[in-house]
Design a protein around this ligand. Structure first.
Ligand code: CS2
Ligand code: MG
Length: 402
């Protein structure tokens, strides 16, 4: 069996997505997601100019050897561009292998470990009252877990508060939007939000919050301690995680569950966090972690330390990633939760898929492979459109973490 052809498809049904499609001499094809928000063309070029030429003629069944070839053979290892490109090829090869075996990907991985994949949705609002109402709307939609993000008094913009309600897309301009941040205003505000939420809805639903890399470790410890009475499912990206040691300081001050990893791209980024039990959930998604092949290694290491998965699932990860993630989530023994930001109808038309939402869970469906394809005719309707993620500065102008 051999790979006959492979192509990169860049499309922008409301936001940019990069997809790899691999065709074989057996007439079976596979697709993989390579989307890296704000750097899509870098990954597309890495694939088109450097990886795909080396792929043609190889046996698609040799997934591990191909992964090692592109990881070790590149000499320059790791990083979001490299690993997103490898991830897309890997996802497509696992898609092909499952199709050749006439089975859903979760069966190839080891079979289902659960009947449904618990997901969390994103409720956001300009202020506390609007956010509280939005959480209620998500409860009404059947969500059992809801992330709450609110505008912050005194700040013009806050992370996670989108334009409109169902689709949050932060890449909002052809050059980076400059936003202002103030930690004091944030820390004075967030406990009030969760006090209102628990007061209104009680403790029946999981509540989550994303700090989005905005605090120093001791500030994260302080916030965690302030939020403990509200029983959050997790506090995400409490501090930038380049220094994995920083989470030791947070752990000394709070028992709030910690989630991190959507910006990681190999096991090396989280090895110390996991082995020292400095986190409770690892969020590195299949599109970022070099695909199914490497993500299995991360999940297995995490399982040794009772760290659970909680994969990133924002709108800037395509339905292909969501499909592959749901198969992985269905199998992985140390599953925690899956992020689920709904895509727009235009995006869903470009990426027909088998997964569906019911009663707070996503179900991957029983289609063979990972259950997601790309409609090339639909994709061709939406040419690439430059879009950057914002940047953040402190009020004195100092560059900060967006
Ligand atoms: C966020 C993302 O979903 C999340 O947890 O951190 O929305 C993140 O800001 C975007 O994926 C960046 O492109
Ligand atoms: Mg996040």
């Amino acid at each position: 069996m051999r790979i006959d052809a492979a192509k990169v498809i860049v499309t922008c049904p409301g936001r940019n997505f990069v997809t790899v499609k691999i065709m074989t001499d057996q007439g079976v094809h596979g697709v993989g997601d390579a989307t890296l928000n704000g750097r899509e063309l870098s990954v597309a070029s890495y694939l088109q100019d450097h990886l795909l030429p080396c792929l043609i003629g190889r046996d698609p069944r040799r997934i591990e050897d191909i992964w090692q070839y592109f990881y070790r053979g590149a000499y320059w290892r790791r990083g979001p561009v490299t690993m997103s490109a490898i991830a897309a090829i890997d996802m497509a090869l696992w898609d092909i292998k499952a199709k050749m075996g006439n089975m859903p990907l979760y069966d190839l991985l080891g079979g289902k470990s659960r009947e449904g994949v618990l997901v969390y949705g994103h409720a956001n609002g300009a202020d506390i009252e609007e956010t509280v109402d939005e959480v209620g709307r998500y409860i009404g939609l059947g969500y059992r877990a809801i992330r709450a993000q609110s505008g912050i008094p005194g700040l013009a913009a806050a992370y996670g508060v989108g334009r409109g309600k169902d689709y949050y897309e932060p890449a909002d301009a052809a050059l980076p939007t400059e936003t202002l941040w103030d930690t004091t205003k944030y820390l004075n505000f967030v406990p009030k939000l969760f006090d209102r939420l628990r007061d209104r809805y009680g403790f029946e639903h999981h509540l989550l919050h994303d700090v989005h890399h905005r605090l120093r470790p001791i500030e994260a410890g302080r916030l965690g301690k302030m939020l403990e009475p509200y029983g959050l499912f997790w506090l995400e990206d409490a501090t930038p995680a380049e220094n994995q040691e920083a989470f030791r300081l947070i752990r000394q001050h709070t028992t709030i569950p910690l989630a991190v990893g959507e910006v990681f791209n190999t096991v090396w980024d989280c090895k110390d966090l996991i082995q020292n039990q400095l986190i409770d959930y690892i969020r590195t998604p299949v599109v970022r972690a070099g695909g199914i092949t490497h993500l299995r290694r991360i999940a297995d290491l995490a399982a040794l330390y009772q760290v659970q998965t909680g994969f990133h699932g924002a709108t800037d990860l395509s339905p292909v990633t969501m499909g592959a993630a749901l198969h992985f989530d269905s199998w992985v023994p140390n599953f925690g939760i899956q992020e689920y930001m709904r895509h727009t109808p235009e995006t869903d038309a470009v990426f027909p898929h088998a997964y569906h939402f019911a009663d707070g869970y996503l179900h991957p469906g029983d289609a063979i492979g990972h259950g997601v394809d790309i409609n090339e005719a639909e994709a061709a309707k939406y040419p690439y459109k430059p879009a950057y993620l914002p940047v953040a500065r402190l009020e004195d102008g100092t560059m900060f973490n967006w």
